[in-house]
Design a protein around this ligand. Structure first.
Ligand code: FAD
Length: 286
């Protein structure tokens, strides 16, 4: 039988107080948002903490708002509230679509976007899409506030670049521009996705040419990642890019450190990258 050990919930009134609590309790404490990952890991005795610092009670930390070319998403906004926020629906429809397919409605109602990113479980959706959207995050710690590009945030499976006493406060996502074509696709057999693939193309002429491209793959890699060499194959005229899709998929797979595991062989994952890059290209332009 799985049992949760005794712990105490701390309720900070501000991010600054949460940071002070992290310093005060040290290794005995963890931040806690929806608890969908953390409490499960504690039930399995993989993680042990005597104090959980509940960031959900911090006023305003769940705000989702438009601000000068970006959508700012508070770290404690749940997947469901992001999916339903009118500014996200108006300016980042691809993000809404991704959020609608995260987990199930029960997890989406409780789990937060910040918790998803901070737990850094490789089989997750948001980070892959945030990479091609050019997102960044804001963290606050004893040294003050800093911005971190999404590329630098995830460092390894279950690891981010956050310091022990830092709190993720916001996720900044640039608003999609009219000359961008973006798609996110996932493939899932079990509880967590096996592949996530995001593609963003910039086209000055409604899809005849692509002046720049961003492509990222997640779930099959230790962390979601872009591939500069794959992106190189995805710029130029539409016919050139169409002919290059296989080369781009190979480059994406080469950069992903594919491994055989219970979800499938490395060869199978390489095949999926080919299929899903082609589908993402069609979807982005459709
Ligand atoms: C059945 C199931 C299916 C799922 N399917 C998917 C899926 O298809 N796709 C997908 O992407 N995800 C999936 N997930 C993961 C889900 O998205 C996450 O569980 C959820 O978003 C985590 O958020 P939380 O608020 O519950 O985090 P918590 O469990 O509260 O915290 C997770 C970690 O993040 C840290 N943390 C939380 N907030 C902060 C903060 N503000 N600053 C610093 N650190 C912080 C905590 O200390 C902890 O280490 C699934 C989960 C479950 C249980």
């Amino acid at each position: 039988m799985m049992l949760l050990r005794h712990f105490e919930i701390q309720q900070p009134a501000s991010v600054a107080e949460a940071v002070q609590m992290l310093a005060h309790f040290g290794e005995d404490a963890s931040l806690y948002a929806g608890g969908t990952e953390l409490l499960l890991a504690m039930k399995h005795d993989v993680l042990r903490y005597r104090h959980l610092i509940d960031v959900k009670v911090i006023p305003g930390l769940d705000r989702v708002e438009r601000d000068d070319g970006i959508i700012g998403i508070g770290a404690t906004a749940t997947h469901r509230s992001v999916e339903r926020a009118s500014v996200v629906r108006s300016h980042l429809p691809v993000f809404v679509e991704m959020e609608q397919h995260v987990a199930n409605v029960r997890v989406r109602n409780t789990g937060t976007l910040g918790g998803n990113l901070c737990f850094a479980e490789p089989h997750s959706d948001p980070a892959t899409l945030l990479l091609v959207l050019g997102a960044s995050v804001i963290a606050e710690g004893p040294q003050g506030r800093r911005g971190i590009a999404m590329e630098d945030f995830l460092t390894a499976p279950y690891e981010t670049c956050l310091g022990r006493e830092e709190v993720l406060t916001r996720i900044h996502v640039p608003i999609t521009r009219p000359n961008q074509r973006i798609a996110y696709l996932k493939f899932q057999v079990h509880e967590r996705p096996l592949l996530g693939l995001a593609l963003a193309l910039e086209t000055p002429d409604n899809g005849d040419t692509f002046s720049s491209a961003r492509v990222a793959v997640g779930c099959v890699s230790p962390s979601a990642r872009r591939s500069a060499s794959a992106e190189g194959f995805l710029t130029g005229s539409r016919s050139v890019v169409e002919n290059n899709l296989s080369l781009a998929a190979e480059a994406l797979a080469d950069g992903a450190e594919l491994e055989d595991d219970h979800q499938g062989s490395a060869e199978y994952k390489r095949h999926l990258i080919h299929v899903f890059l082609r589908r993402a290209f069609q979807k982005a332009l459709g």
